[in-house]
Design a protein around this ligand. Structure first.
Ligand code: ZN
Length: 442
């Protein structure tokens, strides 16, 4: 057998490369072995062949910031506040046990998987349940526990109240996750450290996390300057901007991926760029909350950008075009950035933020075979000219037909192959029904 898998007759769109029409992709083990015009590879033998029928083929999307248990409040908090942890009258994270977290995580991950995400960062309370759900899907998962020591119920009332026991417990949960899950699922599960935000972590807790991350070279994910309110609170409490506070406590460096970066000054932007930290851009979530991040300025200053859906739709193509639209509105109508740039943010840019830019996020020989195939008969994906334009400006995650991670087919004909999607949906609905009944009961 020449190859384990041969994906035949596809139009390949990959960051940094011109579209390759009518090509085939050969996979050996978990990596891409060769890419040639379809006729060249036609006679080769393979354990499994997929006929792409002339559809688009892209690297899997890298979705760098999510909290899947927030599926419980989808459709219910967007009109009330910008994040459930800061919003009254919706189910709260600390209500969830392991079983509820697992059920909601499975729903969030199923949605991302079906829409072509192949690498997903997920962090929240009950991280062991998140990891179990991730392992079941077969995705490349970067999991963390939500580390914090400020009471969010008090914060929703505008008060910053430190709770050292909460800090110790959430940090211990995070560290226990490493022992149980780091490297699990054939190496697809990796653990991260995730201090929640500058207004929910005390400086002492930030410093503890920074020291552990530096000692063991662990990637760190956080929220930064998620709202003007956060900036105001942090300034009042510490006399510094959220960005300065992270920097002062050892977290702002090349190991960090900072989500949102909305309320940042010119000085903060320069500081972020100098540090080598990655920006996790959340264009859909930000816009839903009436906010936008100064991505053009961050990019111009040299900050590397990655993309996420942040537990909204899971559609990275939607995130890419929202990133373009919002940047252009902010720029007063200048057509800043282009489809290829946004596509790179959602693929190889995310891979770089996870430390895997050399092997993930591109369709190239030697890269990991994380590949997405789109419906060749989707009318919204025609005509294909340069490929990336139609994909980013007109594509939908639900045009995805096949998802492959490390050479393993995880989605075929739009259905996950490892588990029963109907059961996942039913169980998540049951959990949400119970949580909302509790809200109604007061
Ligand atoms: Zn978040």
């Amino acid at each position: 057998m020449d190859y384990d898998l041969l994906i035949e007759n596809v139009d390949i769109v990959s960051p940094g490369d011109a579209v390759r029409r009518g090509h085939s992709v050969a996979v050996a083990g978990e990596t891409i072995a060769d890419i040639q015009p379809a006729a060249v590879l036609q006679g080769r033998t393979a354990g499994r062949r997929i006929d792409g029928r002339g559809g688009l083929c892209s690297p899997g999307f890298v979705n760098v910031h999510n909290h899947t248990p927030l599926m419980a409040v989808r459709g219910m908090f967007e009109d009330r506040g910008f994040a459930p942890a800061y919003t009254k009258g919706v189910p709260q994270g600390h209500w969830l046990g392991d079983a509820e977290t697992f059920a909601l995580a499975r729903l969030g991950l199923a949605e991302m998987l079906l829409q072509g995400c192949t690498s997903v960062v997920d962090f929240y309370a009950r991280p062991q349940a998140l990891a179990a759900a991730m392992a079941e899907t077969g995705l490349r998962g970067y999991i963390g526990g939500r580390i914090m020591d400020v009471d969010t119920a008090a914060l929703a009332e505008g008060k910053v109240v430190a709770d050292p026991a909460l800090g110790e417990r959430t940090l211990a949960d995070s560290l226990a996750l490493f022992d149980a899950w780091h490297g699990a699922g054939d190496g697809r599960i990796q653990c991260i450290l995730a201090p929640h935000a500058p207004d929910t972590c005390s400086p002492a807790l930030m410093r503890s996390v920074a020291d552990i991350a530096a000692r063991d070279d662990i990637r760190v994910h956080t929220h930064l300057a998620q709202s003007p309110l956060e900036a105001t609170r942090v300034q009042a409490a510490y006399g510094r901007s959220p960005t300065e506070l992270l920097d002062e406590n050892g977290l702002l460096n090349a190991r960090l991926t900072a989500a949102h970066c909305i309320a940042v000054s010119d000085d903060d932007i320069a500081r972020i760029a100098r540090s080598g930290a990655f920006v996790a851009h959340v264009p859909v979530g930000n816009a839903t909350g009436g906010q936008s991040a100064p991505i053009e300025a961050l990019h111009a200053a040299g900050a590397p950008i990655a993309l996420s859906t942040d537990s909204k739709s899971g559609c990275m193509l939607d995130a890419m075009r929202m990133a373009l639209r919002v940047a252009r509105i902010r720029a007063g109508g200048r057509l800043v950035f282009d489809a290829a740039t946004a596509f790179a943010w959602g693929t190889v840019g995310g891979a770089a933020s996870l430390g895997h830019g050399a092997v993930l996020g591109r369709i190239r020989p030697g890269c990991l075979a994380d590949i997405v195939l789109f419906d060749p008969e989707a009318p919204n994906l025609r005509p294909v000219v340069d490929g990336v334009g139609v994909l980013v400006h007109s594509g939908s995650g639900f045009n995805v037909q096949t998802v492959i991670v490390g050479g393993e087919i995880l989605v075929e004909d739009r259905r996950p192959v490892r588990y029963d999607l109907s059961a996942v949906i039913r169980e998540a609905q049951d959990v949400a029904d119970a949580l909302w009944a509790r809200v109604q009961a007061g």
